[in-house]
Design a protein around this ligand. Structure first.
Ligand code: ADP
Length: 485
């Protein structure tokens, strides 16, 4: 390994503890420090949204300001910094785009993301004492950065050796915008090469397609998903591009922050426990049942679901079998927000099955910890799942995941083998509600009739290494491939 560290600028719109709506926030909040343990100097660059808590905003230090060209606009950008848990963060300030109470969901999200992507690239020449070797962008929010870098900055000495990496965390949101933006915001109208690569039809452009065509390496968050997205079912109309660029497409499974998610030390749960001393988990279960108005009973399994309430997460399967599920000897706790129809569905069933089903329609990090700790099993029957973190966190807490074999679920959960007792959870193959129901019946069979096997599975799940150690090395190897090291 060369003596010099690899300078990585990690561009993202979410990062724990500043900004989070889902898995991207967790990844950005934990991966960089592991990259730094493996020969990188990784710094994270984020929008300075007013959504970020004052606790952090007040500590940020101003570095400098400059202007960014965006089509016909010349837009202010202030550069702030903050060191948090050993990692250097940069925050880009522009009140017109970022003085918002939410992260996304605005009419001008396309322009906001275009601005952020351009400002990220512009900022590279303004960061004092930091040489960027790799610009690592994530999801559609920063997808235009590799495009801008190549089209507007590549000729300058500061930029010409920078390699770009683009990671797909969520393929559903691609940043599909009106073609009008090409000239008005991106300043690329008339650039035939750029127009061809950004266009997805006569009237629209697609930010993510731009990143997929322009980046030097692509990655997604599990090996299986990297294969799946080359097919029409999973590719969300970009499968041709993934297939064309499959030689530079890497699949690297996410890790979790094993310090934040540690049942032995977690301060958000009522009692701590470890693999060898599990009594605390029973206390957590009792407390959870009490808190949520469920029947307090040690020997009934508590199933949980934590995540966005969308089609992706298998909510339709649940709807289809809910009455049959509620006939079984189990309790179900759901935590999540999402599509109104699924929120209403859960509230309806909660009313119908009082004391057996608890629906918590909100974002509540502390409750999620209490659920991971207090439950016996986690349901995750996703239609597709790039990686999924909930099942990994669940295993860390000795809560056995019940998943569909897709994407990262397939790569992270080893299905129970009743002949040799191996496994870290349970899985089913087809997106079919009754296949899920039958699997849950099997799970109950093990829970009620084979406690020894159940406890062995818990032990095996908790023993797995879910830290970023292995995956961080895979990212660093990808960077090295690009830099020819
Ligand atoms: P996604 O597809 O949303 O990225 P992941 O499983 O990869 O799904 O990550 C979801 C993360 O967000 C997990 O850490 C999960 O615990 C957390 N999470 C999701 N919804 C909620 C919620 N309503 N309250 C608290 N945490 C949540």
């Amino acid at each position: 390994m060369s003596e010099e560290k690899i300078g990585v600028l990690f561009a993202t719109f979410e990062c724990v503890p500043f900004l989070k709506t889902g898995g991207l926030g967790d990844v950005a909040g934990s991966l960089p420090s592991y990259l730094n343990k493996n020969g990188c100097d990784t710094r994270v660059i984020l929008p300075k949204l007013s959504y970020i808590s004052k606790e952090y905003r007040n500590k940020m230090k101003f570095i400098c300001d400059y202007y960014v060209n965006l089509g016909w606009r010349n837009v202010y950008c202030g550069l702030f910094t903050l060191k948090y848990k050993g990692v250097i963060y940069y925050f880009l300030d522009n009140e017109y785009y970022f003085k918002r109470d939410n992260i996304y969901g605005y009419f001008d999200d396309g322009e906001r993301m275009a601005y952020f992507s351009k400002a990220v690239v512009e900022t590279i020449m303004h960061i004092p004492d930091f040489k960027v070797d790799i610009l690592h962008c994530n999801d559609w929010h920063t997808a235009l950065a590799p495009v801008f870098l190549r089209e507007f900055y590549m000729l300058s000495d500061v930029y010409k050796n920078i390699k770009t990496v683009y990671t797909v965390h969520n393929l559903k949101f691609q940043g599909q915008m009106s073609d009008y933006m090409l000239g008005d915001v991106l300043g690329l109208y008339g650039n035939e090469a750029a127009m061809n690569q950004l266009r997805c039809d006569d009237r629209s452009i697609n930010f993510m397609k731009g990143a997929l065509c322009y980046s030097d390496a692509l990655s997604t968050v599990s090996n299986t998903y990297a294969e799946e997205i080359q097919t029409a079912f999973f590719g969300e109309h970009l499968e041709d591009v993934f297939r064309r660029r499959r030689d530079i497409l890497y699949g690297i499974l996410n890790g979790i922050d094993v310090k934040e998610y540690n049942p032995g030390k977690d301060t958000l749960i009522p009692a701590n426990y470890t693999m060898t001393k599990m009594e605390g988990k029973c206390e957590c279960k009792k407390a959870l049942q009490k808190e949520l108005g469920l029947q307090v009973k040690a020997d009934i399994p508590v199933f949980i679901m934590i995540g966005r309430l969308t089609e992706q997460k298998g909510m339709d399967l649940l709807d289809c079998i809910m009455d049959e599920l509620m006939d079984l000897p189990l309790q179900l706790v759901v935590l999540g927000t999402g599509d109104k129809k699924y929120e209403d569905m859960l509230l309806y069933y909660q009313e119908k099955y009082k004391g057996k089903l608890s629906a918590n329609i909100r974002f509540d990090n502390a409750l999620s910890h209490r659920m991971y700790a207090g439950a016996d099993a986690l349901l995750m029957p996703s239609l597709f799942e790039p990686c999924g973190l909930s099942q990994i966190i669940a295993m860390r807490y000795g809560t056995l995941p019940v998943v569909r074999e897709t994407g990262g679920l397939k790569d992270s959960v080893k299905s129970y083998n009743k002949y040799d007792g191996s496994g870290t959870g349970f899985s089913f193959a087809n997106y079919n509600a009754h296949e899920l129901l039958f699997l849950i019946k099997d799970v109950l069979g093990v829970y009620y009739d084979n406690k020894k096997a159940w406890n062995k599975l818990i032990h095996q799940a908790m023993k797995e290494d879910f830290s970023w150690t292995k995956s961080a090395v895979n990212y660093v190897n990808m960077y090295k491939d690009l830099l020819g090291e």
